[in-house]
Design a protein around this ligand. Structure first.
Ligand SMILES: Nc1ncnc2c1ncn2[C@@H]1O[C@H](COP(=O)(O)OP(=O)(O)OP(=O)(O)O)[C@@H](O)[C@H]1O
Ligand SMILES: [Mg+2]
Length: 333
């Protein structure tokens, strides 16, 4: 991939693609503003960064922002998903190998560390790497040199590492599957991306952003979400975070045949959760409870005047006292 093609030069001043410019990131919740501050600082340095966050929270985008906003922007950014390789394959992917190191190694091959020299490696799902490989990685971080599989020769590399995980590394350390020394070495700068349900104020701006994006792609003029669709989006828990929101909007844009997104255009999973949620929270009211609510409402309207409320309700004043007392006794049990 030729990364330089991706970047635009803005009058020779701004080398960063708009996609990675922090000012253009969607989401202005306090939690994300705090994240952007750390990202800006991290971009200037070459310190190792650990990004923790649930699936779809934007870990890779943040890693790219750190790379493309810093001095390494014109060098490679290479991503490796550690969860997709077994131990042996990951080792040769990262460090390369020499001819005849193993069956099938017909010639010398550079690994990602050599390919990314001068740039950044993004080690995704770092919690999935095997313990022996963790030891090798620790050595690379300390010595800034690698050894290809099957070779004793050390090769100097200048690579910045950004690691990410959707697993809780502290738990992995507890059960002995992640080295604590590697954890400390990786988390010189620690970024925790909050799930979408903890920054609900970002949901609608993100939804509108994806609405613009996908309606432009589909050459449709879908301009807005109906209030009911907005409410569905705000009440949903978004276990798949921004990626799930993006997919939901893409689907809605495909489904709709007018300029407004309606609840029925939204994936059924959002609506199902609403049903289970509301039936769990709102138990059906008894007639007594409804009566009490109504009396309370009328009393409020009459500014607490029980005589006027009784008149309005068409019942005896004593009955109001009785019913409100009932309310108090049922509240205390
Ligand atoms: N602030 C944001 N503004 C706009 N789009 C965003 C933002 N954050 C993330 N995205 C988009 O959401 C999607 C998921 O982001 P990303 O792939 O970085 O998440 P991730 O944490 O690496 O997810 P996974 O765990 O699934 O690998 C991507 O399409 C990304 O471009
Ligand atoms: Mg990712």
């Amino acid at each position: 991939m030729d990364i330089s093609d991706e970047r635009k030069t803005d009058g020779g001043q701004d080398k960063v693609n708009a996609r990675y410019r922090l000012d253009d990131f969607i989401g202005r919740s306090p939690k994300m503003l705090a994240v952007y501050k750390v990202v800006a600082k991290a971009a200037e340095s070459r310190a190792t960064v650990l990004i923790q966050g649930e699936t779809g929270t934007g870990k890779e985008l943040i890693a790219q922002a750190i790379h493309y906003n810093g001095p390494r922007a014109s060098s490679p950014f290479l991503a490796v998903d550690c969860s997709t390789f077994n131990e042996g394959l990951l080792e040769s992917e990262l460090f390369g190998y020499v001819q005849a190191a193993f069956t099938g190694a017909v010639e010398d091959k550079k690994g990602i560390f050599e390919e990314a020299d001068g740039g950044t490696i993004f080690l995704d799902e770092i919690g999935d790497i095997a313990v022996p490989l963790q030891a090798m990685l620790l050595r690379v971080l300390q010595e800034h040199e690698i050894r290809r599989v099957g070779s004793f020769e050390s090769i100097k590399v200048d690579v910045r590492i950004i690691a990410a995980t959707s697993k809780n590394l502290e738990n992995l350390i507890q059960n002995g599957t992640f080295r604590s020394d590697l954890y400390y070495r990786l988390s010189v700068i620690n970024i925790v991306l909050p799930p979408l349900r903890e920054r609900k104020e970002d949901i609608l701006p993100l939804a509108e952003y994806f609405l613009r994006k996908y309606s432009a792609e589909a050459e449709k003029t879908v301009t807005r979400l109906s209030p009911q669709a907005m409410e569905l989006m705000l009440r949903y828990s978004w276990p798949g975070n921004i990626r799930e929101l993006e997919n939901a909007i893409e689907r809605a844009v495909t489904m709709t045949s007018n300029s407004l997104i309606l609840p029925e255009d939204i994936p059924p999973s959002l609506q199902e959760e609403m049903v289970t949620e509301s039936s769990a929270v709102d138990k059906p009211m008894t007639i007594e409870e409804m009566q009490r609510n109504y009396i309370r409402q009328v009393l409020n309207n009459m500014k607490g005047n029980k005589k006027n409320a009784a008149k309005k309700l068409g019942i005896d004043r004593k009955n109001i006292y009785r019913m409100l007392q009932k309310r108090n006794s049922s509240q205390s049990d």
